[in-house]
Design a binder for this molecule. Structure first.
Ligand SMILES: [Ca+2]
Ligand SMILES: [Ca+2]
Ligand SMILES: [Ca+2]
Length: 498
């Protein structure tokens, strides 16, 4: 042949999903309607009463407690073990001197052993929580921090720390013996919860690290700028154990005490216990350091969108550029599209029977059915935005038998909350796939799976499944975007010859 002929025939199945969840912090809150329905102490419209239950008829939603549903504040949770597998500090580790820290495993003293005993509305128990939100006080938005803890034994007072560090432990460890926790840098801060007389007296104090020592910060008056309580009833709903002074909670007006924490600030938070009130005392138990979550629950500001198509055929030689089935709705530029803003669900689907490209004959692509659907959902109970696209092709024949399949089915689900993004291709499958005359094993792709097959005759066939989704956190200032690898799922046949 005097010229090189090239035929490239295209894409049997391509799937692309983009999902974004945009959760906006509403700086202008509504006035609390009816606070008198709760007789106990509140700070930041949070029930500080030593239990987890909302103790007033709801609605109104305020004031809140740990089992408020939905819980209207960003939540960071900690779990912790007890017994010989517990992550603890070794002997001689002093709170105020990270050079002495040794992180090891073993049993913490029972009174200093934080344990996962807090089960919110029947969920898997946790050892402690930190929540952050803005709430109006006298018409001004103030930032509040709410925390709780649970421990193994009430045989002694509780000395619980919540430490907030700017360094990432994976790059800046606390000490050679304790790479699990972050090294302190100036501006880090510590909030301490100390009981006396079995919980009859509680002291909340705050400190900031100046580079070499913790300096005290004023937290103002109890009942006004902070309040705290332990459980005085031996049995409370949501605590998986029985006994007083095994659960504690505090609320702190951050804005008017230690200063508002910028929501775009990356902070790692951890819980620790101390042998006594003094900051030079030994530290005992510890949790993992977790990224502090600033995500605000606001499904009204979330959006889910995505699209799907059964086949896209592009062939420059023949001048083909077609997506099947056709756009639904007509404004959709890439197959079947759906989009949902705010709570609810939207779905679209379309199909084409006996597809032949180009007609007649379908030399590039023939298929009995090409169908596609896309469903977008914003779900307030789970605080997630989800798009699921499904593309199905039956009786597929590409380029005169180069690729044949009884069924090609692609399912892609992308999900984003304010903090996490995930992708799943569960449900995707090929049936009786034959490439260039060679039968291929049926393939069931999974998340981010990638398989490369070299078929006889040097034709290249690639199967891939990956996801692109984005979730946003720290919405108040500069959003930080989290990306998973992109979302497409495709079977490509590319044949070249003389
Ligand atoms: Ca309560
Ligand atoms: Ca531990
Ligand atoms: Ca523990």
């Amino acid at each position: 042949m005097k010229t090189t002929r090239r035929m490239a025939a295209g894409i049997v199945l391509r799937r692309l999903l983009i999902i974004t969840a945009v959760l906006l912090l509403l700086l202008i809150g509504k006035p609390v309607a009816n606070r008198v329905t709760f007789a106990g102490a509140t700070v930041g419209s949070f029930e500080i009463d030593g239990n987890l239950t909302v103790d007033h008829p709801a609605p109104p939603a305020e004031p809140i407690d740990w089992n408020s549903t939905p819980f209207p504040a960003a939540l960071t949770t900690f779990t912790d073990a007890t017994g010989t597998t517990d992550n603890i500090f070794g002997q001689g580790s002093k709170e105020d001197d990270q050079s002495t820290w040794v992180c090891t495993t073993g049993s913490a003293p029972p009174k200093d052993d934080v344990v996962s005993e807090i089960s919110i509305n029947g969920a898997t128990p946790v050892a402690g929580e930190i929540a952050v939100r803005f709430f109006p006080v006298g018409g001004m938005q103030k930032q509040f921090l709410y925390t709780n803890w649970s421990r193994l034994s009430n045989n002694g007072d509780a000395h619980i720390d919540y430490e907030f560090n700017q360094a990432d432990p994976s790059t800046n460890p606390a000490s050679p013996g304790c790479p699990q926790l972050p090294r302190r840098t100036p501006g880090d801060f510590l909030i301490s919860f100390d009981t006396q007389n079995g919980g009859a007296t509680i002291t909340v104090s705050a400190f900031t690290w100046n580079g070499s020592a913790f300096m005290p910060l004023s937290v103002g008056n109890q009942g006004l700028l902070w309040d705290a309580a332990v459980n005085t009833a031996a049995s409370i709903t949501g605590l998986t154990v029985t006994g007083t002074n095994l659960f504690g909670e505090l609320a702190l007006n951050v804005s008017d005490t230690i200063g508002t924490i910028p929501c775009n600030k990356v902070l790692f938070a951890s819980m620790k216990t101390r042998a006594s009130t003094s900051l030079s005392a030994e530290v005992k138990d510890r949790t993992r350091a977790e990224p502090l979550n600033f995500t605000i629950f606001n499904p009204a500001g979330a959006n889910a969108s995505g699209n799907a198509f059964g086949a896209r055929i592009q062939d420059t030689l023949l001048g083909l550029n077609q997506t099947l089935p056709a756009a639904t709705p007509a404004s959709c530029t890439q197959g079947v599209c759906s989009s949902q803003s705010g709570p609810g669900s939207t779905s679209n689907s379309n199909q084409v029977l006996n597809a032949a490209v180009p007609p007649p004959g379908g030399a590039v692509l023939k298929a009995n059915v090409l169908s596609a659907s896309s469903t977008s959902t914003v779900d307030p109970p789970t605080n997630t935005a989800t798009d699921t696209g499904i593309a199905e092709s039956a009786g597929v024949n590409v380029v005169g038998g180069l690729v044949t399949a009884d069924v090609v089915r692609g399912v892609a689900t992308a999900q984003a909350s304010g903090f996490n993004a995930s992708f799943s291709s569960a449900g995707s499958a090929f049936k009786n796939l034959v490439v260039n005359g060679a039968p291929m094993n049926n393939v069931n792709p999974t998340v981010r799976s990638r398989q490369l097959c070299q078929a006889p005759g040097a034709d290249r066939v690639e199967f891939s499944a990956c996801a692109r989704s984005s979730g946003w956190r720290n919405f108040r200032r500069r959003p930080r975007c989290q990306h998973d690898p992109g979302s497409h799922y495709q079977l490509v046949s590319d044949r070249r010859g003389d």
